[in-house]
Write a new protein. Structure first.
Length: 237
């Protein structure tokens, strides 16, 4: 059913699913070191379909894990370097709110009674336009600063999420290796018991053969003595 869904899913359907289940931000779909750009329409359709199917199955909590599965299928490795983790930690510790910028206050201009009412009105309009420009400039600067903080927060979250996913993967791999080691241990213990039993059987067989050899040697001695007696009897005759 999942394979059939992947075959029938279009690029737009996959993008809609990933945007809904994961995030509309395409950058948050990618693992660290991903070679794909920020336009999902340029991604291989099979990758988008596979991610969408995994997103529907596993949900948003396994976003990075799903990308790791796809990367593994593509023959790539996904790792979080030490520098990557250190950088994310430093960003968490160094983040501080900047002091609020002082809002420009509109000054109270003195009225020049020598100017005509039209000139005074034009002067007030010019001052108001200048004030609006200053307010827009300050608002734009604040918006850009907030966007930078948002981008930095997203990257820190991405780093933490990727690192946590790597740790969880390592934990699962260790658990799998441990289970395999336990199975191998039990198999070796069983083989050891079988070898001990085979050794005991061989020892018993060797003991039996040794007894037969001793009996054969004794029988040869008896036959030699009988032969000597026969020869002696024949000589006397």
């Amino acid at each position: 059913m999942a394979i059939e869904t992947m075959r029938q899913m279009t690029t737009e359907q996959a993008i809609a699913i990933l945007s809904s289940v994961w995030s509309p931000n395409v950058r948050m779909w990618k693992y660290k070191g991903c070679q794909f750009g920020d336009d999902p329409h340029l991604w291989p359709p099979g990758i988008l379909s596979a991610l969408a199917a995994l997103a529907q199955t596993a949900g948003p909590n396994y976003r990075v894990r799903a990308m790791q599965i796809v990367a593994a299928v593509m023959g790539r490795t996904v790792t979080a370097s030490t520098e990557h983790i250190i950088k994310a930690t430093e960003l968490l510790r160094a983040e501080k709110l900047r002091p609020p910028q002082v809002q420009p206050v509109r000054g109270s201009a003195m009225v020049n009674h020598s100017q005509s009412p039209a000139d005074q009105k034009e002067k007030e309009v010019a001052d108001l336009r200048e004030e609006v420009k200053m307010v827009k400039k300050v608002a734009q600067e604040k918006l850009m600063e907030k966007q930078k903080q948002l981008d930095a927060t997203e990257m820190k979250w991405f780093d933490m999420d990727a690192t946590l996913s790597i740790v969880a993967t390592d934990r699962d791999m260790f658990k799998m290796y441990w289970e395999v080691a336990e199975i191998y241990k039990k198999r070796l213990e069983k083989e050891n018991i079988e070898l001990k039993q085979a050794l005991q059987e061989k020892n018993a067989h060797i003991t039996e053969v040794a007894h037969e050899r001793d009996r054969a040697i004794g029988r040869v001695g008896e036959l030699e003595r009988e032969l000597m007696g026969i020869r002696k009897t024949g000589g006397d005759a």
